[in-house]
Design a protein around this ligand. Structure first.
Ligand SMILES: [Zn+2]
Length: 118
């Protein structure tokens, strides 16, 4: 596949002329709108994802959010309630199986109806 590319930044100059960028700063307004949409949708990352815990056993800093709540080197478990990525993950296997089975039944019914009416 061949993709023809124009000069670098040519489309940007068409989309936002230089005099427009200095006035309203549409990027920051767009970023604020995106942040508000993400915050209101519940898709914002967990604030504990950036929590760094110091392991006293091996003098190692780690993020328990990504290491199942334990030090990845020695298994040290820090005190307090720490959420992890795996505990918040939703298992979509059975809903996906149910949806696939439901769609199969619907498609089967549609095929039978189309066959009987033809
Ligand atoms: Zn450790």
């Amino acid at each position: 596949m061949v993709v023809a590319l124009g000069p670098v930044g040519a489309d940007l100059a068409v989309a936002a002329p230089a005099e427009d960028r200095s006035d309203a700063d549409p990027r920051s307004a767009w970023l604020e709108r995106l942040r508000s949409v993400v915050a209101s949708s519940g898709l914002a990352p967990d604030p504990q994802a950036n929590l760094v815990v110091h392991c006293p056993v091996d003098d190692w800093g780690f993020r328990p959010y990504y290491s199942d709540g334990r030090c990845p080197l020695c298994g040290y478990i820090p005190e307090g309630e720490i959420r992890t990525l795996t505990r918040q993950a939703v298992d979509w296997f059975w809903p996906a199986v149910g949806l696939t089975a439901l769609m199969s039944v619907i498609m089967g019914v549609l095929v039978v109806l189309a066959y009987l009416r033809a």
